[in-house]
Ligand binder design. Structure first.
Ligand code: UDP
Length: 374
């Protein structure tokens, strides 16, 4: 059996790491295509090293100045060319998450008549202004195997008319990777490097277009940070997109003036995991970090109006607060003063075995299909 996995961005590398470890245990020919969406050391190479990912068989170049739909089209074209080169033709293409490489990979494979598996299917924010929501809907529409992380995903897919036979509730590969690396992350020296004490600082990540792509929205967040950093140190590993917009909107001075805001490059996985695990709270607009903080038991204030991961709010530590300045400051102060809910549960099947479930299902379905047709 021959399986091609497609990755392009930081969260893809983290999710696929667990799956590749599992694929390696079986008699499967595995090909890794890196689309080059994230390409530099802090956003890509570091993760290959730390997570033991194999060197990509194909490393494409997709960076450059393109708008969103141009980038999706360009990615699709280069992935399609890479897939066409594969002899024999792959039995399956795996895509993960909701980035442009995900939908482009799914479309390229679908056009070539190759079956598609989408890992992390069915999540919906019901906000079509988010590029990720468009990517999720389109990817699910054309996938043959839809692997879901939470019950809401199953419900959303059924509501969209996707056949029950294609939906498999397996758990969360991002959490597989977290559980596998948690022990190792304790050896990171990031706290001493940044001069931090356990449980005495907040971690911030920001990169959603709705928060960082317009000046007014970004300035609102800066005003929030100015208040919160009066109470607690905030560590802010700055995503490249966010860095670009800090320059563009001329916000450097305001950021530098905050004495308790510690700016860093994007961190490697182990350092970041260590940083989150020992923090008092996390402020974020990331998708994956809402899930990771739920498993780590760290309060997470989500700077968004909606989430495609409702289980993290219903069962986990996620507080979906929006970017209303008063609300964010109020909720953050509650966390800092320890006035928060403690009845947290780990969501169903977030147990470190999602990748194993996925590979078992794929082997059964694909081998079974081959026997029937062969
Ligand atoms: N992450 C990391 N270093 C950082 C920030 C985040 O390793 O400096 C990890 C984080 O632990 C999570 C993933 O990157 O596993 C989340 O990626 P991101 O927020 O970029 O994407 P999203 O989840 O929003 O799609």
């Amino acid at each position: 059996m021959k399986i091609v996995s497609i990755v392009g961005t930081r969260p893809n590398f983290i999710k696929l790491a667990a799956l590749i470890d599992e694929i390696k245990k079986h008699k499967i020919e595995h090909i890794l295509i890196h689309t080059g969406q994230h390409y530099d050391t802090p956003m890509s190479h570091l993760f290959f090293e730390e997570l033991g990912l194999p060197k990509p068989d194909e490393h494409l170049v997709s960076s450059g100045d393109r708008n969103l739909s141009e980038q999706r089209e360009f990615l699709k074209k280069i992935i399609k060319a890479a897939l066409e080169k594969q002899k024999p033709k792959p039995d399956l293409v795996i895509v993960v998450g909701d980035v442009n490489s995900t939908v482009a990979g799914a479309e390229a494979a679908h056009d070539l008549g190759i079956k598609v598996a989408h890992v992390e299917a069915g999540l919906r924010s019901f906000d079509k202004t988010m590029p990720e929501e468009i990517n999720r809907i389109r990817t699910d529409e054309i996938s043959d195997f839809l692997f879901t992380t939470e019950e809401s995903g199953n419900k959303n897919l059924l509501n969209e008319g996707i056949s029950k036979d294609k939906i498999f509730f397996v758990g969360n590969v991002m959490i597989d990777t977290l559980l596998k690396h948690k022990e190792k992350s304790k050896k990171s020296n990031i706290l001493s490097k940044l001069g931090l004490d356990k449980n005495s600082y907040a971690v911030l990540t920001l990169h959603r277009p709705s928060n960082v792509d317009n000046k007014e929205g970004f300035e609102n967040i800066i005003a929030i940070l100015e208040k919160i950093q009066e109470k607690i140190k905030i560590v802010f590993p700055v995503h490249p997109r966010t860095k670009k917009n800090i320059e563009l909107f001329d916000l450097n001075e305001k950021i530098k003036n905050m004495k308790n805001l510690i700016i860093t490059e994007p961190l490697g996985y182990l350092d970041f995991l260590c940083l989150m695990s020992n923090s008092k709270l996390v402020l974020t607009d990331s998708g994956g970090i809402q899930e990771e903080t739920t498993v780590l038991g760290i309060p997470c204030i989500t700077l968004r109006k909606n989430t495609e991961r409702p289980v993290t709010v219903e069962q986990g530590t996620n507080l979906l607060v929006s970017t209303d300045a008063n609300k964010v400051i109020e909720e953050s102060l509650k966390v800092i003063d320890n006035q928060i809910k403690s009845d947290r549960r780990i969501p169903e099947l977030w147990d470190g075995n999602a990748a194993q479930r996925i590979v078992d299902i794929l082997l059964m379905e694909l081998e079974g299909g081959k026997k029937q047709t062969g």
